[in-house]
Write a protein that binds this ligand. Structure first.
Ligand code: SF4
Length: 463
């Protein structure tokens, strides 16, 4: 489960008569990208194809001949935000094509916004391009050489998301992603590696591996034999991690379902082949609730696995997400979840209140939990996790850590991240006593202080 994020390719403003007159050729597309990192990768693919075909990407509503809205349909709040974004694009520009997860329900979109030109569903790049061609034909001569080999990215130049598969083979009862995006379809390993290499050539320093279920990679391909740069490999999670690790970049794994075979990648983390970081959504810890969620239902065994991972890789950072207020969750189930958190001592955790997504099997379960109670439990969980996260961060004081510089903030402070923090979702390091450094620099930093979420440090050479 991932939180909604909204990316506009550029701030979009209302058109004026003078800017309409100034509108330049070639045909220009405005793009609004909502949702998770997987949706962001879809947006990048569509934008890459559009750019390759010679379209311009408009930085504002007034410069756009047509606007594409890539929607999110996971949570109720995400659906509402998607419908609002479509309404805004219609009001500001008037010519709108909708794609993405909410596009799987065209009647819902047409009911709210009958004026949209076309609706296509999730990961339907060809369909959305066809719709764009129909309503705004491409220019005659595309300038293919203007497009970088790794495609256009909406992330800063020094990190990029790498999507390794589409869809999901699990059937968690609270989730409709498999209905929206279909079953697991893994990309061929050489194709993924070629994209990763192109990212490295383009200056990317950190690759964030994403999918709905990263650890399931290759299962649908029956782990077919393949090769990359002369090395025999199998299309599986472990071989992909090894191959990516050889690029010499920071490789970070997201959305790893807790299968036993995850154990095999932890030694790669201990050896420094990939980052010692696992984003592994546990969702709950009560066996009763996990069974109702149709998730692996043995929290004791899970705790033992976490302990064994830490024996192999003591610096491993684990981030997770949880749901409170799942139907039938009692105070005893919730207490079990809190006890799990106390034991597991995760580095980071997010928590969502259960939402009865239309079409989810969990909606048929008895004993719904009142929203206020679910929210109160979420707050209690986050309060506990804040203490644990702060304790974990304090353990880092005095250590020297490589820090990837992300930016200078508005106060002129240099902001970066350690290997234990992903962009957007985790914490930062404020690096004091340093000149402004270009984004993408990796600097040894001595950690001098810690808060509940973030760290403070200074260049190791200066301390
Ligand atoms: S693992 Fe479960 S929650 Fe995640 S996408 Fe698949 S079905 Fe949904």
């Amino acid at each position: 489960m991932t939180a909604i994020a909204r990316v506009m390719v550029a701030p979009l403003r209302a058109p004026t008569a003078s800017t309409r007159r100034r509108r330049a050729k070639p045909p220009a597309i405005g793009f609004v990208s909502l949702g998770c990192a997987k949706a962001l990768v879809d947006s990048e693919r569509i934008l890459t194809r559009l750019k390759a075909e010679g379209y311009a990407i408009a930085p504002s509503y007034e410069g756009a001949d047509l606007v594409v809205v890539n929607t999110c349909g996971f949570l109720l709040s995400a659906r509402a935000e998607s419908l609002d974004a479509i309404g805004e694009a219609l009001a500001e520009n008037g010519r709108v094509i909708v794609t993405g997860c909410l596009g799987a329900e065209p009647e819902r979109i047409k009911a709210a916004h009958p004026e949209v030109l076309a609706v296509t569903g999730p990961h339907q790049t060809e369909a959305v391009l066809e719709a764009i061609h129909a309503h705004l034909p491409p220019p005659h001569e595309p300038f293919l050489e203007l497009v970088p080999r790794h495609g256009l990215k909406l992330t800063p130049r020094h990190y990029a998301y790498l999507k390794i598969s589409e869809g999901c083979r699990n059937r968690c009862s609270f989730c409709i992603i498999p209905k929206l995006r279909g079953d697991l379809v893994s990309r061929p390993l050489p194709e993924i590696m070629a994209e990763a290499e192109a990212m490295v050539e383009a200056g990317v320093k950190e690759i964030l591996v994403v999918s709905q279920d990263t650890a399931a990679y290759g299962l649908d391909r029956r782990y077919e034999r393949t090769s990359w740069r002369g090395e025999a490999l199998e299309t599986r999670f472990l071989d992909l991690c090894r191959a990516l690790g050889r690029l010499g970049m920071w490789i970070r794994l997201h959305y790893v379902y807790p299968y036993p075979h995850v154990d095999a990648v932890v030694p790669l983390m201990a050896e420094g082949v990939i980052l010692p970081y696992l984003d592994i959504p546990f969702q709950h810890a009560s066996p009763r609730i996990l069974a109702a969620m149709r998730r692996p239902a043995d929290s004791e065994r899970m705790l033992e696995r976490i302990r064994s991972w830490r024996r192999v890789c003591p610096e491993l950072a684990i981030r997770s997400t949880f749901i409170t207020g799942f139907p039938g969750e009692t105070e005893a189930d919730f207490a079990e979840l809190l006890a799990f958190l106390e034991e597991a001592r995760l580095d980071r955790a997010g928590c969502f209140v259960y939402e009865p997504i239309e079409g989810a099997a969990a909606n048929l379960l008895p004993d719904p939990v009142p929203e206020a109670l679910a929210e109160e439990r979420r707050a209690r969980l986050m309060e506990l996790q804040e203490r644990i996260s702060a304790e974990r961060l304090r353990e880092k004081i005095g250590r020297i850590e490589p820090v990837l510089i992300d930016r200078c903030d508005e106060e002129g402070r240099t902001i970066g991240r350690t290997r234990f923090d992903a962009p957007e979702v985790d914490g930062i390091v404020v690096v004091e006593h340093t000149e402004a450094l270009p984004a993408g620099t990796i600097l040894p930093v001595r950690i001098t202080a810690a808060g509940s979420h973030d760290l403070i440090g200074e260049p190791a050479a200066a301390s």
